[in-house]
Design a protein around this ligand. Structure first.
Ligand SMILES: Nc1nc2c(ncn2[C@@H]2O[C@H](COP(=O)(O)OP(=O)(O)OP(=O)(O)O)[C@@H](O)[C@H]2O)c(=O)[nH]1
Ligand SMILES: [Mg+2]
Length: 552
């Protein structure tokens, strides 16, 4: 046996799985670990009756294929947020005993509801939004008589998982266009316009007249100059167009996406010296619509990368309360699972003490378990590389390697090759394809009231797309990583693990290149840990290891 030094966890854990690696602690381990006893019974010839283990499927770590919870998941969607329209102004007159024809007293319409967005920790998927497509804030209520203003429309809040990227595709904001138009007109030499011409235009989309008015009366009526288009003061808080947000932190307060439109003006606004009882009010403004592409790149602390069937989902189950699907076939997992590893359940001393950057004590961390990678995944084999976007932003990567499935070193190299392929594709085809497919920005040039640019949400013309800025994130190869050798309970996995450990030692010392063959890749503290996820052995060191690597 090569003389391997027992590392920090080698001393405490390896003996459970590989007793030969640490002979010193054998006696104490034999008492606790049936696995160890089984190993030694074969070597010493003593009779050991393995304890009666519960039926395999009783364990939540080795569940039947149908024992899983399928949480609906979507990592991208297109939604349209529509701010509430304003309520209409009211045409009303005071009527009291002895005052038959009282003055105008119509209230103004209420302003529309706002649309807010907030990234919150509890959310893990965009599926709820993907189903909705249109998210509409409430319309303001109409004004009423006795100068009562309309109620404000109800606000809506879009909650998204932390790690969501929001990119605007299309916008329709009639009022902003009107303001821009007015601004342009002011710059031009004023046109000769008679007062009559200016004042007498009736626009059905702008004016509201006294109910019961006959057309002939309407024709005779003179309308005042339309009030200038107005925007809510809140509109100043909207992000600049085009919206491009990376919501990578939990937000305590929501962010305003689209402010509600202003309500219409009641008839007292149109009182003139020669027209004391105006029979018109203005309609509420139309709420702006913004169509956005949301993309979730899960912000987990630990991302699991492995070949299909390596045991990633079993490991996730062992560390968390997740009920990820486990099966003895490739591609059991078809969508990412996010699990929360509880470090402190507030029932005594925390399992692992770790503070966040802001000094707050960590109570948990997130694991992202994604579908397996296969060789040439970058050529779109298997499930491709797209879901690596969910480990791309993980702080630490864990390469999960099945020790019973052949050369562990070769498997690790293969995984790194695919991961670095993903990284190099990242700046090129993947983004270009995504951009081509999903993203276009054309500020609302269609302002006619007849044509609704939002009738069809598909990007209008694929050739006219202007790519948006790409996300900049730390490169995957510079992230700290560790190797988790699973299925160490199976026979004849020890030599494989030892070879892996030797290889990692060489990578660390520089005798071997980094498995991704990239320079400046992180390798100085790389470690491996043998575990049996199905028995839950060895997994308890992983939280501590990950927390240590988070500081890197
Ligand atoms: N003996 C043993 N079997 C294990 C261990 N971990 C997982 N398995 C088995 O390996 C098989 C695959 O496990 P999964 O957790 O579904 O593997 P996965 O990597 O998530 O697979 P995909 O989702 O297809 O990529 C299952 O039959 C598990 O019971 C282990 O530590 N020891
Ligand atoms: Mg799986």
């Amino acid at each position: 046996m090569p003389s391997l030094r027992c590392s920090f966890f080698g001393g405490t854990l390896t003996p459970f799985l590989y007793p030969a690696l640490c002979a010193s602690s054998r006696a104490s381990i034999a008492r606790r670990c049936p696995l160890h006893a089984r190993y030694s019974s074969t070597t010493t010839g003593s009779t050991y009756d393995p304890p009666v283990l519960p039926a395999a499927h009783d364990s939540h770590l080795d569940p039947t294929p149908d024992n899983y919870s399928l949480t609906p998941f979507a990592d991208r969607c297109i939604v349209t947020a529509e701010a509430g329209s304003g309520g209409h102004g009211c045409v009303s007159f005071l009527r009291e005993k002895y005052i038959e024809e009282g003055p105008a007293n119509g209230g103004d319409g209420g302003s529309g509801g706002n649309v807010y967005i907030q990234a919150v920790r509890g959310e893990t998927s965009l599926h709820k939004l993907a189903r909705r497509r249109l998210i509409k804030a409430g319309r303001g209520r109409n004004g009423q008589g006795k100068l009562r203003g309309g109620e404000r429309g109800e606000d809506v809040l879009i909650t998204v998982p932390v790690g969501t990227i929001v990119r605007e595709i299309l916008r329709h904001d009639a009022i902003a266009d009107e303001i821009a138009e007015q601004w342009r007109n002011e710059r031009q030499p004023p046109k000769e316009q008679t007062e009559e011409e200016e004042a007498s235009s009736y626009r059905k989309d702008k004016w509201l007249v006294f109910p019961g008015m006959v057309p002939s009366e309407l024709n005779r009526m003179t309308f005042p100059v339309l009030p200038a288009p107005r925007k809510s003061h809140l509109a100043a808080l909207q992000p600049q167009a085009p919206i491009w947000l990376d919501l990578d932190k939990h937000m305590e307060t929501p962010l305003l996406l689209a402010a509600g439109a202003m309500g219409g003006l009641g008839n007292p606004h149109f009182v003139l010296p020669n027209q004391s009882r105006p029979k018109m009010a203005t309609r509420g403004d139309e709420g702006m619509k913004v169509s956005m592409q949301l993309e979730l790149k899960i912000l987990a602390d630990l991302g699991l990368v492995g070949l299909p069937n390596a045991g990633k989902s079993t490991l996730t189950r062992a560390l968390t309360n997740s009920r990820a699907r486990v099966g003895s076939w490739a591609f059991t997992t078809l969508q990412p699972n996010v699990g929360t590893v509880v470090l402190d359940n507030h029932k005594g001393r925390p399992a692992v003490m770790k503070r966040r950057r802001d000094g707050e004590l960590r109570e948990n961390f997130l694991i992202a378990d994604v579908p397996g990678l296969i060789e040439d995944a970058h050529l779109d084999k298997g499930l491709g590389l797209g879901f690596l976007r969910h480990v791309e932003r993980a702080a630490v990567l864990a390469f999960v390697i099945d020790l019973s499935a052949g050369d562990a070193v070769a498997a690790l190299k293969l995984l790194w090759r695919e991961v670095s392929e993903y990284e190099s594709l990242q700046g090129k085809e993947l983004n270009a394809a995504t951009e081509r497919r999903m993203v276009t920005y054309s500020p609302g040039k269609i302002t006619s009231n007849q044509g609704d640019p939002f009738g069809d949400l598909d990007p209008p013309d694929l050739n006219s797309l202007k790519p948006l800025p790409f996300l900049t994130s730390t490169s995957i190869t510079s992230k700290p990583w560790l190797v988790v050798g699973t299925k160490a309970d199976l026979p004849e996995t020890q030599a494989n693990y030892e070879a892996l450990q030797r290889y990692l030692g060489e990578v660390k010392s520089g005798a071997q290149p980094h498995p991704s063959n990239r320079k400046n890749a992180w390798k100085h503290k790389v470690q491996s840990v043998p575990i049996s996820a199905i028995k839950g052995e060895g997994v308890e060191v992983i939280p501590q290891l990950v927390m240590d690597l988070l500081d890197e």
